[in-house]
Write a protein that binds this ligand. Structure first.
Ligand code: ZN
Length: 310
C-alpha cells in the first residue's frame, strides 16, 4: 500500500511503544522501510532517550521524518484538551506512570506527533493491510502480558472519554473450577487478571508455552476468551473479531474459542454461525507488523492534515 505525501521521499517515523520493547521505524511508505530499530523498555529516561537518539542518527542517513506516529502501551491520555494529552497515565508498569510520551518526542525531534494506544495502532494496521481490509466494524484484541482492544466502528477507531479497556471487563468465574480470582491489582475477576499470559503462569505455575495442549488451562482460557467475544458481539456488533498477542500463539485456542462462542451465544446472533465462525473469530495477518504499519499510518494522517500537535 502506498502512503502518499506531497513529495516522493517524505519520510515518516513510527514508534510501537510496548511494555517489553520499543519498535521504531523510518519509512517513506509501508512498503518502503528505510530503517528499523528495537530497544528494550527499561526506565522512561533511558528508553526515550535511546529512541530519540535513533531518530536523530537515522535523520543523518536518510533525512528527517516529517511526522511521527506513536502507538503506546497504556493507559494513556488521549484528550487533546487536557494538559496531560499524550501521557502514559497510571500504569502498573513500574516507573512509567505520568510519562509524557508525545511531548517528549515532539520536543526532542521537533516534529508533529500523532499519539494513540498500541492496540488502536495495531487495529489500524490490520485494517489497512491485514485481516480487516474488507470490513469497517471490527475489534482487534491482543492477549499477552495484558489484554487490550482497538475497536473500529464505521471506519473510525473509538476512544470515548478515555479509551476502551476491554481487559478489565468483569468475567463470570466458577470458584470450584477456577479458584484463582485473578492477578489484576485493581479488580477481582477481570479478563486480564484471569486470562492474560501472567494470569496463566500465576494460576498454573508454568508459562503457557510449557503447558501441553491437553492441559485444562486451555479449556479454561478458551472459555474466558469466548465469553469476551460474546460480550464484544453484544456491545459492538462487529463484522469480525481478530485475536492476536502472545497467548494466541497457541493456535489450537482458535477452534476451542469458536466452539465455546457458538455454545455460549445460544444461536442469538444470526450474523455468526457454524458456517462462518472461522471468518468471524480470526488471527491477525500482520503478525509483528501491525503496530509498525499503524503507527506509520497515524504519522501519515497527521502529515496530510497538517494537524500539528507539537
Ligand atoms: Zn482489572
Amino acid at each position: 500500500m502506498e502512503m502518499q505525501g506531497s513529495a516522493v521521499d517524505t519520510l515518516l517515523g513510527g514508534i510501537e511503544a510496548g511494555g517489553t520493547k520499543f519498535n521504531c521505524v523510518v519509512a517513506a511508505g509501508v512498503d518502503d522501510i528505510r530503517e528499523r530499530a528495537s530497544f528494550p523498555t527499561t526506565s522512561p529516561e533511558q528508553t526515550l532517550s535511546k529512541v530519540a537518539q535513533f531518530f536523530h542518527e537515522s535523520s543523518q542517513r536518510h533525512g528527517a521524518v516529517s511526522a511521527l506516529g506513536i502507538a503506546s502501551f497504556g493507559p494513556v491520555n488521549l484528550d487533546p484538551t487536557s494538559s496531560l494529552y499524550g501521557y502514559i497515565t497510571q500504569t502498573p508498569k513500574v516507573g512509567w506512570s505520568n510519562t509524557d510520551m508525545a511531548g517528549y518526542f515532539s520536543q526532542a525531534l521537533s516534529v508533529p506527533v500523532a499519539f494513540d494506544t498500541d492496540v488502536n495502532g495495531a487495529a489500524l494496521g490490520e485494517h489497512l493491510c491485514g485481516a480487516a481490509t474488507d470490513v469497517t466494524n471490527f475489534v482487534y484484541v491482543t492477549i499477552g502480558t495484558g489484554i487490550g482492544a482497538g475497536i473500529m466502528i464505521d471506519g473510525k477507531l473509538i476512544n470515548g472519554s478515555m479509551h476502551p479497556e476491554i481487559g478489565h471487563m468483569l468475567m463470570p468465574r466458577d470458584n470450584r473450577r477456577d479458584p484463582f480470582n485473578g492477578n489484576c491489582p485493581f479488580h477481582d475477576n477481570c479478563l486480564e487478571g484471569l486470562a492474560s499470559g501472567p494470569a496463566i503462569e500465576n494460576r498454573w505455575g508454568l508459562r503457557g508455552q510449557h503447558l501441553e495442549q491437553s492441559h485444562p488451562a486451555w479449556d479454561l482460557e478458551a472459555e474466558y476468551l469466548a465469553v469476551m467475544c460474546v460480550n464484544l458481539t453484544s456491545c459492538y456488533s462487529p463484522q469480525r473479531i481478530i485475536l492476536g498477542g502472545g497467548v494466541m500463539d497457541q493456535t489450537h485456542l482458535f477452534d476451542r474459542i469458536r466452539a465455546k462462542f457458538l455454545s455460549l451465544a445460544g444461536g442469538y446472533y444470526p450474523q455468526v454461525s457454524e458456517s462462518n465462525i472461522k471468518k468471524y473469530i480470526v488471527a491477525p495477518k500482520l503478525v509483528g507488523r501491525s503496530g509498525e504499519i499503524g503507527s506509520l499510518r497515524m504519522a501519515q494522517h497527521l502529515y496530510n492534515n497538517k494537524n500539528v500537535i507539537a
